[in-house]
Design a protein around this ligand. Sequence first.
Ligand code: GUN
Length: 277
Amino acid sequence: MPLRMKGREVAQSVYQQLREQMRGLTFTPSLRVVRLGRDPASVSYTRLKDKRARELGLDSKVLELPAATSQQELLALITELNAAAEVDGILVQLPLPEHIDEGSVIEAISPEKDVDGFHPYNVGRLWAGKETLEPCTPAGILRILDHYQIDLAGMEAVIVGRSNIVGKPLAAMLLSRNATVTIAHSRTRELADVTRRAELLVAAVGRARFIKAEMVRQGAVLIDVGINRVDDKLVGDVDPAARELSRAYTPVPGGVGPMTVAMLLANTVKAALRRRR
Ligand code: GUN
């Protein structure tokens, strides 16, 4: 029987650690989540981030702006948040409306408050193997693998998906743990041949049940980053039949998802500690 790696439980242990850390603080770390428009997924993610932050005792606010907010107005808000002494963490929920240049917004956030870890300064530090604010989803994946004592050194890892949010930063983090890393994507030829080599296979493509059993090596560890809505049900990027071949897998929901918010709050506390020391 493959091992079901329960992100929800690992997230609980992260929250427990954070609660203990918070008890020793003489100040309240603060998070500002910025959202433009009312995309349903973004509304639900930003609400959840705010709810969990408040539960932990952080000073959290969601700043809800109209979808038609101009780039200039958004950049002005970020400048204000960068300068605000009481603000430790800034997160601008992605994706942004078409008329806004995502890169410019990410680069406007002060790297020390960049709790998403998306600023080129933090991305550069990550690839250089230096201490930094790490992107939340890859950090959550590493935490799950550590919790279940998966030894990454020398492991053949294949990540399907090359996004700046998951695939690329995860590659840097697995490399720093001495895994052999391949990033595959929509233009990869003979994808199944590539994924079948993987001892650690990470699916971050955003296509429901994309990874089929015939793409999986017997005994692989499967990490499913997908959150796809199919007939009002949440399904991952990994076909359930593929899990049967694995040594261990993350379910959807209750796998990687809950870790992302937990690591965001860990980054917020970390940013607060760094800024105030
Ligand atoms: N949209 C999807 N994932 C993320 C994330 O980790 N951070 C932000 N800011 N937006 C997202």
